[in-house]
Structure formats: structure tokens, C-alpha cells
Design a protein around this ligand. Structure first.
Ligand SMILES: Cc1ncc(COP(=O)(O)O)c(C=O)c1O
Length: 432
């Protein structure tokens, strides 16, 4: 559905350069940004877009929030890079303190910082393995944990993430995760974890179990009631480290700081943070039980850039924004509004088979026939392309690429949200 850019435009010039110099495997949309603020992007030809993607869920606080930009400017004049292992700096420690305080559970916690969600997931697995002395990792259908060798192995979507990139990392076992619209409920999913321990791997060999409380790339599938309680219980029963991947669902995306807070009594052993943590700069981290975080020998964890000073001050300003009065309330109201409006749109569009989500982390699943529930990735691609032509940025998700997810900055004004939903409604009607 790629539309050729108009001849003579900046978009056409940059598209040509992109074709010439940037690797084909990097997926791109025909949009070159000139500037962005809040939930608005202006492109190099002066066109304005409402942003329902937020750099793939990175901008809960919006593009260029004043406090984040000011903190980065101020830090840039003091020092840019140190490497925390060479010379330490307070902003790194402060980010660790803040994410430890946000980690549910009354036990002692510690943290470390990395550059990307994938790198942080890798570190969570290293920590779980070291602390338990075990090798195996349990992950789930519809999971997405990143694109490095291990995290791609943990991921559950062949195209585009796995095809041609094997062999994969060993000792990874996959169970079912709830997807009520396609017949998998809490009981089936929990039974499939327990079955793994009979058919594939001894639970005493399992170091960690990693799960996203709302599966993001997999199609915005929130954990069903009882599922997180169930996996937490299984982990406790067998001494398995419960790793909660909140890279996409954290930092207020669901109307709570962490998505697991929607579920009673969930206290993950390790939490993986990323995306919106850095307010637009690359930053990720792992927080968790102090005894697990401290298990490794000195020097076993770290990296050159992890917890870069600019990213840390941006994160501190972003955490302030997240914890400011009204921020999460606004996100929750936005969630109610988005879900209601999407259901209204769905009532007039039979191709929307399911509307689902948690708070403002919502999505629609498109099917060619509501009875057979046959996924419709072609219509999904048409909707995304039509919406972009009309000034709304959308992104698909789901293992069948037939889900349209909303990752709008949570600071977006109601009028902007409604204008975006109008465009979506029109694009759905025309694409159908
Ligand atoms: C749940 C989850 N985990 C991990 C990752 C990987 O993060 P990154 O792309 O920063 O490596 C992502 C990215 O989309 C994600 O959604």
C-alpha cells in the first residue's frame, strides 16, 4: 500500500536517499519528520499528523515535553558520557531508586540500567539464570521481547522477526497465553504451562518465566482474570523467577504506572522497563528482588552506554511527569473514552471483530468475516495507509498483522483524540 511521494517534494528527495543508503530490512513508512510536539508531528513538507503511535509506545509523556527537553539541555552542558562502571553519577542511581520504589512488593529491591528493552530482557534472563543456577526460560505465544538472538527466540511471530534469522537460542519453552477472542482463556493457558513441565522441561531446570501483562506486539492482549495470579503461583511453587516485561505496557500506558497493578497481589521478582522510561531517549532497566539482582559476581552485568546520563535525566523528568497529580487520572479517562468510541465505531463496522485493551492501551482486531473470524491483514494495511494519507499515524500489531493499536501520547488533548478517531472511522469505512 506504499503511496509514491509527490515529485519535487522533500519527502521524495529523502525517500530516494533512504532507498540508496538504508538497509532494506529496516521497515519504514513514507514520512520524514521535521518537528514534533505533544501528539503532533510535522513532516519535512509541512504536513501535520496526529500521532497514535508515539514512536511505538515510547512517548506516554508526548513529543518534546518541556521539562524533559530542559533536563537534557542542562545535562548536555555538564557531561555527556561517563560509563557508569568507570565514573559514577547521581542520575543513574536516582533512576534506579525511582523504579525500585515503583516496583510492587514490600521486599528490598535493586535495579540496573540498559539501552534497549531487548538488552534489559537479556539481562533479566542472565540474572534469573545466575541466581537460580538453572538454564531454561518459559515464554508465551504472542510474546514480543525484542530482536536480539535470545529475545527474538523468546518472541512469537515468525514474519518479520524470526524468518531466516535462526538458529535460535537453546532452552526456551513456549506455553499458551490467554486470547479469549480466539478461544484461549485463563484455564487453557495455565494448563499449557503445567503441561510444559510434563512434556518438555523439568520445572526444576527452569530459571525464569517471562510474560507481558498486556501483550503488545502480539495484539494488545491483556492478561485475563486469574492468569497472572496463576503464573505467579506456579513460579513460587517451583522456585522460578517471575519476570514481568513492562517495556510497552509500563510507564502509565494502561492508566497505572505498571500494567500488573491492575491485578491484585502481583509482585513480580523482576520487572523489565523500557520505551517511555527515557521520555524519548534510549533507556531501559531491570528492577527486582535485591537478592536476585545481587547474585551475579562483580562485572557480570553492565555495558558501555547503559544508563547514559542524558537518558537518565530525561527519565527523571519523565517520572516526575508520570507522578504529577492528574497524569494517570487523565490517562484513565482517556482509556474509558477510547474504548467507548472504538466500540461505537465497531458497531458500524462488522470487520472489527474485537475491541480490547487495558485503560488507554487499546486496539481493534480486523477480520474479513465476523463469523469465521478470519484475520484480515490486507484491510489492516489499507486502513493504516489511508489514515496516514489523511493525517493520522497508526500502527498494526498482532501475530496475523490484523490489529490496529493505539499508542497515542497520554497528554493528547481530547479534540485531537477525537479528530484522530474520526479519521480512523473514515479509513475503516473506505478500506472495507
Ligand atoms: C514488551 C516488549 N519487550 C521488549 C521490547 C524490546 O524493546 P526494544 O525495541 O527497546 O529493544 C519491546 C519492543 O517493542 C516490547 O514491546
Amino acid at each position: 500500500m506504499a503511496v509514491e511521494p509527490k515529485t519535487g517534494t522533500e519527502t521524495a528527495r529523502l525517500s530516494e536517499a533512504r532507498e540508496r543508503y538504508v538497509a532494506r530490512g529496516v521497515a519504514t513508512s513514507p514520512l520524514f519528520v521535521e518537528r514534533a510536539h505533544g501528539a503532533t508531528i510535522v513532516d519535512v513538507d509541512g504536513r501535520e499528523f496526529i500521532d497514535f503511535v508515539g514512536g511505538i509506545g515510547v512517548l506516554t509523556g508526548g513529543h518534546t515535553p518541556e521539562a524533559v527537553v530542559a533536563a537534557i539541555r542542562d545535562q548536555a552542558e555538564r557531561y555527556l558520557h561517563q560509563c557508569f562502571s568507570v565514573s559514577m553519577y547521581e542520575p543513574y542511581i536516582e533512576v534506579c531508586r525511582r523504579i525500585c520504589e515503583l516496583h510492587p512488593g514490600s521486599f528490598a529491591k535493586k535495579a540496573l540500567l540498559q539501552n534497549s528493552g531487548a538488552e534489559a530482557v537479556e539481562n533479566a534472563v542472565k540474572i534469573a539464570r545466575y541466581a537460580t543456577g538453572r538454564d531454561a526460560i518459559v515464554c508465551f505465544d504472542q510474546a514480543f521481547h525484542g530482536r536480539t538472538l535470545l529475545t527474538m527466540t523468546l518472541t512469537s511471530k515468525v514474519m518479520p522477526y524470526k524468518k531466516g534469522f535462526g538458529p535460535f537460542a537453546p532452552e526456551v519453552y513456549r506455553a499458551a497465553s490467554p486470547w479469549p477472542y480466539r478461544g484461549i482463556g485463563t484455564d487453557e493457558a495455565l494448563a499449557s504451562v503445567r503441561k510444559l513441565f510434563k512434556s518438555q522441561v523439568d520445572p526444576q531446570s527452569v530459571a525464569g518465566l517471562i510474560h507481558e501483562p498486556v501483550q503488545g506486539e502480539g495484539g494488545f492482549l491483556p492478561a485475563t482474570p486469574g492468569f497472572l495470579e496463576g503464573i505467579q503461583e506456579i513460579c513460587r511453587e517451583h522456585g522460578i523467577v517471575y519476570i514481568d516485561d513492562e517495556v510497552q505496557s509500563g510507564m502509565g500506558r494502561t492508566g497505572e504506572v505498571l500494567a500488573v497493578e491492575h491485578y491484585d497481589g502481583i509482585e513480580p521478582d523482576l520487572i523489565v522497563w523500557g520505551k517511555s522510561l527515557g521520555g524519548g531517549l534510549p533507556l531501559a532497566g531491570v528492577s527486582g528482588r535485591a537478592e536476585l539482582m545481587d547474585a551475579s559476581h562483580v562485572g557480570g552485568l553492565g555495558g558501555t552506554f547503559g544508563g547514559n546520563p542524558l537518558s537518565c535525566v530525561a527519565a527523571l523528568a519523565t517520572l516526575d511527569q508520570l507522578e504529577a497529580p492528574g497524569f494517570l487520572e487523565h490517562a484513565r479517562e482517556l482509556g474509558i473514552h477510547l474504548q467507548a468510541r472504538l466500540r461505537e465505531i465497531a458497531s458500524g463496522c462488522p470487520q472489527i471483530g474485537d475491541v480490547r485493551g487495558l485503560g488507554p492501551m487499546v486496539a481493534i482486531e480486523l477480520v474479513s468475516d465476523p463469523l469465521t473470524r478470519e484475520p484480515d491483514p490486507a484491510m489492516t494495511a489499507r486502513v493504516v495507509a489511508l489514515a496516514r494519507e489523511r493525517g493520522l499515524l497508526l500502527m498494526a500489531a498482532g501475530i496475523y498483522s490484523n490489529v490496529i493499536r493505539v499508542l497515542v501520547p497520554l497528554v493528547a488533548e481530547r479534540e485531537q483524540i477525537d479528530a484522530g478517531l474520526e479519521i480512523l472511522d473514515g479509513a475503516l469505512a473506505d478500506a472495507a
